[in-house]
Design a protein around this ligand. Structure first.
Ligand SMILES: [Zn+2]
Length: 342
């Protein structure tokens, strides 16, 4: 029997931001701030003709920090911000301390040109520390969760005025949204109402062949997953709560091993383990809020991830969960950064 298809996954440095701990976890020191990575990931998929398709998940922080004026004001909360190494540079040159551990002979001619070699970019969600520099990737097709493009243009409710986004953040003619998921109820304090943007009549997007059959299906404890390449090697996972359109990726590395790229499902590994809960802080209007638009929904999403990992573990399948902003993971895993791999 032929082995089931897999992908390779490598982490990429894409800037660093600073997170005040009390905004993310319960029982935090109110003064403590952590400098954390904003990670991107390179995912490589082998095609039947032997060629490799390159997909990048998230683009991190903008190298030039050229954000809209309202976004600039927001940046103050997350200083210091460091963009010495951004996503494009990590693809072009490899990640600094990963290079030291890599065999130089083997890395010869291996690095990628962001302008030519990246086929797909999936952005986990619309926040500024994940959208990076789309102009560095003029040949890539972008894919985002349903509702994301509308959010860039019009914002969503009082928590997200339109000026907190850039209305042409992603190239309109090369971007697709994953299919919408029908769901009703309250999201934060608003009715749940992400607006789907269909593919424009004239489009230069080149989605994978499998896109014609994309449909959300359950995978274990995850109710909505979408088979990106159509061969079971890479799933897009709907993970509501953080903001409209938030998606994760589940990558199959081998018979008994997956990597789960959790984006901003949470911002501290103690929430994955269950040691801590989601932190709440002053919303500026006499109430409390969390970093997520819908705290209960975000907690449910994280719970499903935890259950998925546990069940797979019982079947003898390891699932490594990697957050977008985990400094401990980054410190311990230079060898899993490009040109290294997981
Ligand atoms: Zn983030």
């Amino acid at each position: 029997m032929a082995a089931s298809p897999t992908v390779t996954v490598s982490a990429l440095d894409a800037g660093q931001i600073t997170l005040p701990e009390h905004m993310f976890v319960t029982d935090a020191d109110p003064e403590k701030k952590n400098l954390v990575p904003s990670l991107s990931f390179l995912i490589r998929h082998a095609e039947p003709d032997g060629s490799l398709t390159n997909l990048v998940f998230d683009l991190g922080v903008k190298r030039d920090l050229k954000y809209t004026p309202a976004q600039q004001n927001e940046l103050d909360t997350w200083q210091p911000i460091n963009t010495d190494t951004d996503c494009a540079q990590s693809l072009r040159n490899g990640v600094a301390d990963a290079i030291k551990t890599a065999d130089v002979a083997e890395t010869n001619g291996l690095f990628l040109d962001p302008a030519k070699d990246v086929d797909y970019i999936i952005i986990s969600h619309a926040h500024w520390d994940h959208t990076g520099m789309p102009s560095d990737f003029p040949s890539a097709t972008f894919a985002v969760g349903s509702g994301t493009l509308n959010l860039f243009k019009y914002g969503a409710g009082p928590a997200y005025p339109a000026d907190l986004f850039n209305d042409d953040e992603l190239p309109a003619l090369r971007t697709i949204e994953f299919p919408p998921i029908s769901r009703t109820g309250i999201y934060g304090n608003e009715a749940y109402a992400p607006k789907h943007t269909p593919l424009p009549e004239v489009s230069q997007a080149k989605p994978p062949a499998a896109a014609a059959k994309w449909a959300w299906k359950p995978f274990g404890e995850l109710p909505h997953t979408l088979d990106f390449f159509g061969d079971g090697s890479l799933y897009v996972v709907d993970t509501p709560g953080h903001i409209y359109g938030h998606v994760n990726l589940l990558a199959r590395l081998g018979e008994k091993k997956y990597v789960y790229l959790a984006g901003d499902c949470c911002h501290d590994r103690r929430l994955v383990s269950g040691e801590r809960d989601i932190g709440l802080y002053d919303d500026g209007h006499g109430g409390l809020r969390s970093i997520h638009t819908d705290t209960d929904e975000a907690r449910s999403s994280l719970h499903r991830v935890r259950e998925f990992v546990k069940k797979k573990g019982e079947e003898g399948i390891e699932v490594e969960v990697v957050l977008a902003h985990d400094p401990v993971w980054r410190r311990e895993n230079a060898h899993k950064c490009w040109p290294g791999k997981m």
